[in-house]
Design a protein around this ligand. Structure first.
Ligand SMILES: NC(=O)c1ccc[n+]([C@@H]2O[C@H](COP(=O)([O-])OP(=O)(O)OC[C@H]3O[C@@H](n4cnc5c(N)ncnc54)[C@H](O)[C@@H]3O)[C@@H](O)[C@H]2O)c1
Length: 257
């Protein structure tokens, strides 16, 4: 049987780097997909291009109604949710805390922290209900960052937001461990998605900029998207049934030193 056969997987940030690549892998593993992102047109185009049963809902993850409506949609369309990948997020400009723009700081907290709070606030009761009713187990994978495990100079608010995601993950994991739900976080270092590559826009010497960005990475390189997706799939896999509350670093060795 395929790895995710017949399971329903909710993916936020579904048209972005990690989201779209993960959604394709879940689809290849036999899952039905509930997909969400900001841009309705992009979302529809992506859903049409993917070989799976899909339901889509465009919206802002910083609005609680989006998460409430996504859970309703999943129940109506597929009868529930087995796996939720809470992946939508934004980065911040590289700037010291003393120069941080407060509107940007609030937006990061709204999306990267409250987006995950709202998502789990609606996913957990559904998954708990499913478990009580039929023993159906749930898994939540939150995308944090290596900046959620250690400080990140010039990314202080982003780092604080991702630390919050790790805290939410660990707390929810403990709360729901006996309620059939595993909750884990994946913590990548800089990876080759639009989020990280945006830092190179307009830069002449891309190789030098990339070398500079990865100076602190023992492997001295960016992560490829597929390398992070492997960790996401591992955390989500129903056979990985005893692992919960973990912040899984996929960081080329950063946290090893
Ligand atoms: N790429 C990296 O280097 C890196 C490293 C560590 C962690 N992360 C995290 O990985 C996750 C995915 O990022 P990515 O690298 O794939 O970037 P990305 O920019 O390619 O994808 C992010 C997606 O989230 C969506 N999104 C952003 N804000 C939203 C909102 N308010 N409502 C709905 N959708 C929203 C975007 O539209 C986009 O499609 C993020 O949480 C990010 O913080 C990325």
């Amino acid at each position: 049987m395929a790895r995710f056969e017949g399971l329903t997987v909710l993916v936020s940030g579904a048209t972005g780097g990690f989201g779209s690549a993960s959604a394709r892998q879940f689809a290849a593993g036999g899952a039905n997909l509930v997909l969400t992102d900001f841009d309705a047109g992009k979302l529809e185009d992506f859903a049409k291009d993917i070989d799976a049963e899909t339901a889509t809902l465009a919206g802002d993850i910083a609005d609680e109604n989006t998460s409430r409506d996504l859970v309703r949609l999943a129940v109506e369309r597929f009868g529930g949710i087995d796996i939720a990948l809470n992946n939508a997020g934004i980065a911040q400009d590289f700037v010291r805390l003393g120069e941080t723009d407060m509107a940007e700081a609030r937006r990061i907290i709204d999306i990267d922290v409250m987006g995950v709070v709202y998502a789990m606030r609606h996913q957990l009761p559904l998954m708990e209900h499913q478990f009580r009713a039929s023993g159906r187990r749930g898994a939540i994978v939150n995308i944090a960052s290596v900046a959620g495990i250690a400080g990140a100079p010039q990314l202080a608010v982003y780092s604080a937001a991702k630390h919050a995601v790790v805290g939410l993950t660990r707390s929810a994991a403990a709360e729901y461990a006996r309620r059939g739900i595993r909750v884990n976080a994946v913590c990548p270092s800089f990876a080759r998605t639009e989020m990280a590559l945006a830092a190179f826009h307009g830069v002449q010497d891309q190789a030098a900029a990339e070398a500079d960005m990865t100076r602190g990475v023992p492997m001295r390189r960016l992560a490829e998207v597929g390398e992070i997706v492997e960790v996401i799939l591992f955390a989500a896999d129903p056979n990985n049934s005893f692992m919960t509350g973990q912040a899984l670093a996929a960081d080329g060795g950063i946290t090893a030193t």
